[in-house]
Design a protein around this ligand. Structure first.
Ligand code: SF4
Length: 300
């Protein structure tokens, strides 16, 4: 029987290794999508860019190094069963695992406290790592989605509240402006996350949840799924490809997450992820056994 300290250590060590895995290796769905996209490009320049992407990704695994130098700010999106036995220590464990992984992987220290203007050196700082909680009733499991939020893909983020008279179509040029302007700097092909809500902050949170959704999934409402498809097709008809250069596909996909809107508002936020979409999922049982649905064949 493990004591309290042993459990905390086991949980921390697993998460440290999981952070290392997610920094080095892209999830299976992202790798498959990038391979499909390379097959649809038809110029030597685009083929060469994808070749360099894949070479970089392979070398990251071979050398056990992060696949991009900007390992970003760590964000954990948690679906916590109410009966998961380690809820009390989860935030502490995630923070310690972040601190250890920053040294052991290593990750680039990016966290700067606003009013000290000092880099803490270990990626733990005010509300960092960022932890978002969803409670799951009648469950003893915990699912943790880790996202590395780099600067290149955070800078294009935009949010705006439209009037209902503007109509839902008003979000389309807004999204295109975000992708075609600052989005080009975020190492396309991008995954575009759109949050639709009743005010600016719930739209912003939903836009990131759209970015961590698995590729190949659709908005549950047929009209939401249709809007995802239309915006994807439009962005992929711009003549922009990998690295923002001439090509056939600017985006890996467009995901929309939504909540109800106020009768008098249409709030929209846009977030993007770059080609190194570092999003990984780990699921724990109450005995801390785990599965990692986004990394076939991997073990910690
Ligand atoms: S946009 Fe992505 S791939 Fe490009 S430098 Fe930033 S984190 Fe790395």
């Amino acid at each position: 029987m493990l004591g309290e300290m042993d459990i905390k250590e086991k949980f921390t060590a697993r998460l440290e290794k999981f952070i290392a895995l997610a920094a080095v290796r892209l999830s299976d769905d992202v790798m498959s999508r990038l391979a499909e996209m390379q097959g649809r490009e038809d110029t030597p320049l685009q083929k060469a860019i994808y070749d360099s992407y894949f070479e970089n990704l392979k070398m990251a695994i071979d050398l056990k190094r992060p696949c991009c130098q900007d390992t970003g700010m760590l964000q954990f999106y948690i679906k916590a069963g109410t009966a998961f036995p380690y809820l009390d220590i989860t935030a502490e464990v995630l923070t310690e695992a972040t601190r250890r992984a920053t040294a052991s992987v290593p990750l680039r220290p990016n966290a700067v406290n606003y009013f000290d203007e000092k880099n803490t050196g270990d990626n733990t700082a005010e509300r960092s790592p960022w932890i978002d909680w969803e409670i799951v009733p009648n469950s003893s499991d915990m699912e943790i989605t880790l996202y590395f939020s780099g600067a290149g893909c955070s800078l294009p983020g935009q949010a705006k509240v439209f009037k209902p008279s503007d109509g839902i179509e008003a979000i389309i040029p807004f999204v295109f402006d975000a992708v075609c302007g600052p989005g080009i700097n975020a190492c396309p092909p991008l995954l575009v996350g759109i949050g639709l809500g009743h005010n600016i902050e719930n739209a912003a949170v939903l836009s990131k949840k759209a970015c961590i959704r698995l590729l190949g999934t659709k908005h549950p409402h047929p009209k939401g799924a249709e809007l995802e498809r239309r915006i994807t097709d439009g962005l992929n008809n711009l003549g922009m490809g990998a690295q923002g250069l001439r090509g056939n596909q600017a985006v890996m996909g467009v995901h929309i997450e939504s909540s109800a809107r106020h009768t008098a508002t249409i709030a929209c936020a846009v977030n993007v992820s770059c080609y190194t979409l570092r999003r990984g999922i780990i699921r724990f049982k109450k005995d801390l056994s785990y599965e990692m649905p986004t990394y076939s064949g991997a073990a910690l």
